[in-house]
Design a binder for this molecule. Sequence first.
Ligand code: ARG
Length: 577
Amino acid sequence: MDYKSVIAKNISKVTELSEDQIFKLIEIPPQKDLGDYAFPCFILAKSLHKAPAMISEDLCGNEELTGNGLFTVKNAGPYLNFYIDRSKYASDIISRIKASGDKFGQTEDGKGKTVIIEFSSPNIAKPFHVGHAFTTILGNSLSRIYDRLGYNVIRMNHLGDYGTQFGKLITAYRLWGDKEALDKDPINELLRIYVKFHEEAKKDDSLNDVARENFKKLEEGKPEERELWQKFRDMSLVVFNKLYERMGVSFDNYNGESFYSDRIPAVVEMLKEKNLLVESEGAKVVMLDEYGLPPCIILKSDGTTIYASRDIAAVLYRKETYDFDKNIYVVGTPQALHFKQVFSVLKKAGYDFADDCVHVGFGLVKFKDMVFSTREGNIVLLEDLLNAAVQKTREVIVENAKTRGQQMSEEEIDSIAEKVGIGAVIYTYVRSGREKDIVFSWEEMLNFNGNSAPYLMYTYARIRSIMRKAEEAGIKVSENPEVLGTLTDDDAYSVVSALSGFESDVKKAASSYEPFIISRSLFEIASAFNSFYNNCRILGDDVDVKESSSRLALCEAVGNVLKSGLYLLGIETVERM
Ligand code: ARG
């Protein structure tokens, strides 16, 4: 547990406030002489019928607050100020990190609870673009975070593998499909015929009727349409899986929209039974006026189902299959209304677990100094972005190696460039709050001294190099609390204090669905570590062994936490770069 939580817990033992309430009120004083943390007592004045200053004076002597000597507590006016015992602080956090290895932040908070995280969910037969990367990266990170907090995580890929567009694709493939091209580059061929369909349909509207007819056949499960559709789906998944593998992403369940199509009659039946289905312009809808929302369409006038009905069927399936405690949808913000409607229909139908469903939205992806050859609709493909990032990273690594006189084989350079390049892309998606639009710029992404993946990964690699050197020199990492307790100077203390915020940041990232809270924490840790590294010698003839071994322990702790945090963001570390 981090220190703010410890203080909150201790205060909760001696007041009627909850840990959570207290946690939110605890401040970091503006000046060091006022302590490391402060609790303002105003909130207690009413219930205790006392002035805040009196309350802080009374509480100050309470032994419970000192956390077994970890803190000295003083009162100053209405505040209780907590001074951390730097020695204990350092040895405590370093030992705890040591014990959890590269899984620091692990808890059992979620024991016995199931969280479904739906993410990625691309549309088959369509290019995987940089927008899909946003949900993929956010969702992957949230999955790892919830998993670290002890939840049973189910990763779902709700593939867009159904809908009227497949009627169009089937029609187009029969008219203009090129089998060879499809085998070679499926997505591009499917995209080509899809675009052609729209061009031709502008001239000849009857094509749209054929497409509708074909989609209907598909929904009815007619074998020929079904077979073509299956082929498009399988081929698309091969392409998507390559990208997932490259980014270290995996799923437990690939049930796409099609999976739910034969569950829709039951949904319609249920809504009918509950008297929620009304006729509107030939379609069947659920009115949502009381939620201030437009009606949710369940069945179209031609009897075919739509997106929302499949989503309703999907939630019911998820509840039945996984009995989730939380069901999270990582889907772009433009779909916010859709999810509000789906959740409201559930609520109206009396399913209280509608309240456990969360839509986690995110912003748009933009580019600053990058030019890509874009296809239909200015789409930038994730694959193009990853390749470009790896290529650029490779150039920087070769350049850096030259300046430092480092020897690296081509193979090693390739493997490092792949990990760092992909890390740089992933990091850009999780560097800021998810609702903000993100702007890709090579300069920021590949800035080895800024808030970037290469910076964090380089800090990690530097630590690994120090650890290797220490091992060669036969210097051990100290595990002795007394020795660790000597890490009290300002440089070491800044590192220790940055490290101590990590655990609560992991929890905050989970509860707000914001992986950026972890990236921010890592950047703070790495920055504190790099100043420590610049100001304090770790190894060398002029540093005594005790000092080296305590500083090494701090290095190792930082390395472990960086590795733990980068993993939670979806980024792999490298031992050398
Ligand atoms: N396939 C959709 C798209 O690419 C996203 C699906 C979102 N998930 C859902 N359950 N509706 O826009």
